[in-house]
Design a protein around this ligand. Structure first.
Ligand code: MSP
Length: 564
């Protein structure tokens, strides 16, 4: 195959017709390689994202999977966007709820936490999570860290000994004021019990103004904005001192200097985010403050009120953001132990595939809203978007290339890209600089659904292009043009696959393998060809003549009856 003359990289005699602004890779460039580092380069360097740590009184279900998959998509996205990422997940293993559950099962709390923690660790494998650490609150590193934070609060004068008398819901591991109860139950519906015991308190009441000031100075601290308003209203309403230790059971981290008390499980749990950065040995470590704590709406108060107050009192920076996502119902019903309708992530993965499960969870509902899980909707999504749209595009393109281009990347022939070619490539690649900027913004504010619908739409455009160009007809009439069309399609697929990686890493990776895209050319910066060193009016990174593996289907259709 002859070398395509049309593939010129920034030749002086062909002024770029589209503005080319490199991004992304520039972040990794040292000053010696390409100019002064921009301030944003430094700001964008690290990214630390966390899931809540899961209680081990329950087996993993779709609610846990949801939070974890969302964090994983973010972590992968940020890595592909050139950032140094730390992604943390783990298990919350202390407290009365765990102690009670163990007792009911006639095992020790340690036996319970050891066995159930494993199932959460297994979930990370099942869902193909790319977490860098898995923390357990029963680990020694964590005990030292919580005790160190406790001592700092004590030193700042925010801890005092008193007596707690009030309501406690073991299921929520939360204290409630009489005025908060609804029909004698917690607002969550959990049973409450009367507790009266000696307790250490955190002087939360003294933090009202400082918290409100912190919120004002950090307008993006809680997302979505409506949730932030709830948090502010709660704090404005006045805060009571918080009981932070218990004496009526022992499954927890002892209070330093007063072993009759174990720390309140939420105090213990929240500190996990800090423990994992190396605290206290490495102070707060290079990844602190966390960029994002992802949580469900039910546990926002702990993260957006108590946690920043503890940290500010300890003289440690609060996290940059807390995002509260919505809840899933199952086929219209609240998920609950009594209904026995919880869905295990393993069940979905086995039935539909890991990427299909990940895709559905992030695609179906705007992140932040509640959603309903229905198998029928899941099958419809998988079939219409993954199989029929993206899968079909890949299948048609790759099988024609295998058949008519000797199984290697086709040549793009002179004259240069036609308006139709340009329109598609601009949508998928060059404008994906715009698309990429939009995607970055969408990802930074956790609008996963929007990011995904942009990619699906790009695939629809490519399918429209293939129909309009009808390369199968060109085979006889104009074989060179057929090759050019297939080249444009292969490039579009490359762009789509790069963008899909954070969401469906395995399938996207296999698609890139089928296009023979090297492992080190799969970053978001590579959307624009080989990177900013080789600016061209239209990026084209695939090298004509590169042999491709035999095409295989990547996005199977799910038979409808399976849905039943
Ligand atoms: N251990 C605490 C978190 C401590 S973080 C310092 C906890 N654990 S949990 O296992 O009960 O819940 C973990 C997460 O799962 C929460 O963010 C919760 O919102 C989420 N979900 C539980 N059920 C859910 C749904 N039905 N739908 C979506 N998410 C749900 O809370």
């Amino acid at each position: 195959m002859k070398h395509p003359a049309a593939m010129r990289w920034g030749r002086k005699d062909t002024p770029p017709q589209l503005e080319y602004r490199p991004y992304g890779l520039a972040l990794n460039r040292s000053p010696s390689q390409g100019g002064e580092p921009k301030k944003t380069d430094i700001m964008r360097d690290h990214y630390y994202v966390t899931t809540p740590i899961y209680y081990v009184n329950d087996r993993p279900h779709i609610g846990h999977a949801y939070t974890s998959v969302a964090c994983d998509a973010l972590a992968r996205y940020m890595r592909l966007d050139g950032r140094r990422v730390k992604f943390l997940t783990g298990t919350d293993e202390h407290g009365q709820k765990i102690e009670k559950t163990a007792k009911a099962q006639h095992i020790t709390p340690q036996e319970l936490v050891d066995s159930v923690s494993v199932s959460f660790r297994e979930m990370t494998g099942l869902l193909n999570l790319s977490n860098d650490d898995f923390i357990r609150t029963t680990e020694e590193r964590h005990k030292r860290s919580v005790q160190a934070v406790w001592k700092r609060l004590e030193a700042s004068g925010d801890i005092y000994l008193g007596k707690y008398a009030g309501w406690y819901a073991v299921r929520d591991e939360a204290f409630y004021a009489e005025s908060e109860l609804i029909d004698g139950k917690a607002p969550s519906g959990a049973e409450v019990e009367w507790v009266e015991e000696p307790s250490y308190f955190f002087r939360l009441s003294a933090w009202r103004e400082r918290l409100l000031k912190f919120y004002e100075e950090n307008p993006g601290f809680v997302m979505p904005a409506s949730r932030f308003n709830e948090v502010k209203r709660f704090v404005e309403g006045g805060l009571q001192d918080l009981s932070v230790s218990r004496t009526s059971f022992s499954w927890g981290v002892p209070v330093p200097g007063d072993e009759a008390h174990v720390m309140y499980v939420w105090f213990d749990a929240l500190v996990n985010y800090l423990t994992a950065t190396g605290y206290p040995d490495a102070n707060e470590g290079e990844f602190w403050p966390a960029d994002l704590h992802m949580v469900g709406k039910d546990i926002l108060r702990f993260h957006a009120v108590y946690w920043p107050a503890f940290l500010l009192s300890a003289g440690i920076a609060p996290p940059k953001r807390v995002f509260a996502h919505g809840w899933w119902t199952i086929e219209g019903e609240k998920m609950s132990k009594s209904l026995g309708n919880a869905i295990a992530p393993g069940e979905l993965v086995e039935q539909y595939g890991v990427d299909q499960t990940r895709y559905f969870l992030l695609r179906e509902v705007p992140f932040g809203n509640d959603g309903n899980f229905a198998r029928e909707a899941m099958v419809r999504r998988i079939n219409s978007e993954l199989a029929n749209n993206i899968g079909n595009l890949a299948q048609r393109t790759l099988s024609m290339i295998a058949k008519h281009c000797e199984g290697s990347v086709p040549v793009y022939h002179e004259p240069a890209f036609t308006p139709e070619d340009r329109a598609l490539l601009e949508r998928v690649l060059v404008t994906s600089e715009k698309t990429a900027a939009e995607m970055r913004e969408a990802m930074e504010s956790c609008r996963f659904q929007e990011a995904l619908s942009g990619i699906v739409e790009a695939a629809s455009k490519a399918n429209e292009y293939i129909d309009a160009m009808a390369p199968w007809k060109l085979k006889k009439e104009n074989p060179e043009r057929m090759e050019s069309v297939l080249y444009v399609l292969a490039e579009s697929l490359r762009g789509i696959a790069i963008m899909l990686q954070p969401f469906i890493p395995d399938s996207a990776g296999r698609l890139l393998d089928l296009l023979a895209v090297p492992q080190d050319k799969r970053m978001f910066a590579h959307l624009h060809a080989d990177g900013p060193e080789k600016p061209a009016d239209i990026p084209h990174a695939l090298k004509p003549g590169t042999p491709l593996p035999a095409p295989v289907g990547i996005f199977p259709r799910i038979a409808e009856e399976k849905a039943a």
